[in-house]
Design a binder for this molecule. Structure first.
Ligand code: DX5
Ligand code: ZN
Length: 235
């Protein structure tokens, strides 16, 4: 019931969050970070209920696909009513979808819908939620998104206690013999990515850690930061 097909990206994977990009030029920002060597586009959906912020709906995702983006798109649903919105993001072209389990009446059912659609299915866990909150759902997940900030906005400080949680989760996954990926989201920068990697993380979501680090002297403004991050992941 876990990951059974070939992953559509390499690991460790860099997943820039477009929440932090120049929103007046999303398509060009996306193509630049991908060309610089990122693997996945992280798409933060906030509904002004689960969190105060209001961001992107499925139409924006569909437009990225229509603009020719073929890279994996990772939809992180921070919405109060997962069960109502989920299928719209599948239809719009998501590659992987995660949601916060207490925002669904039946998380197992929603995880199954995601998997049946061919997308990778994940649960997102807040920094103050223990592993026990989602352990029962692990057999239905392809990945677990560990929040290393509280959901709501970019640019927050990394909560380092999540590193121990990641190590504990990695051990649980190993015991389960299932191929479940760990994704971490929030406050990941050049200062924190290596620690997250050592704690067993496979996918690194990065908002400000990439998009505020442009080097306008370079042909691709994200080449330098991407190369530095890759270097930190190779040690
Ligand atoms: C927070 C979002 C994150 C955020 C990451 O609610 O889920 O994806 O955009 O941004 P940084 O990396 O700046 O913390
Ligand atoms: Zn996110």
């Amino acid at each position: 019931m876990s990951l059974s097909h070939t992953l559509p990206f390499r690991t460790p994977a860099l997943a820039p969050s477009i929440l932090s990009c120049d929103l007046s030029a999303i398509a060009s920002e996306v193509s630049q970070v991908l060309e610089a060597g990122s693997d996945i586009i992280h798409f933060d959906v906030m509904d002004n209920q689960f969190v105060p912020n209001l961001t992107f709906g499925p139409v924006v995702l569909q437009k990225l696909r229509e603009a020719g983006v073929t890279a994996p798109i990772d939809v992180h649903l921070m919405v109060a009513d997962v069960d109502r919105l989920l299928s719209d993001f599948i239809d719009a072209g998501a590659t992987m979808i995660s949601f916060h389990p207490h925002c669904s009446i039946n998380p197992v059912n929603q995880l199954s819908i995601i998997k049946t659609s061919g997308c990778l299915a994940g649960l997102a866990i807040n920094p103050d939620q223990p592993i026990s909150v989602f352990e029962q759902y692990l057999p239905y997940c392809d990945f677990i998104l560990l929040m290393s900030v509280f959901p709501g906005r970019s640019g927050q400080k990394f909560i380092s206690s999540v590193l121990e949680k990641s190590k504990a989760l990695r051990a649980i996954i190993k015991r389960s013999q299932k191929n479940i990926l760990i994704e971490m989201d929030g406050g990941i920068t050049q200062n924190t990515i290596a620690q997250a990697h050592q704690a067993g993380v496979d996918i690194f979501v990065m908002g400000n850690g990439i998009f505020t680090q442009k080097n306008l002297q370079d042909k691709n403004p994200y080449s330098a930061v991407t190369n530095t991050l890759r270097e930190l992941l190779s040690n």
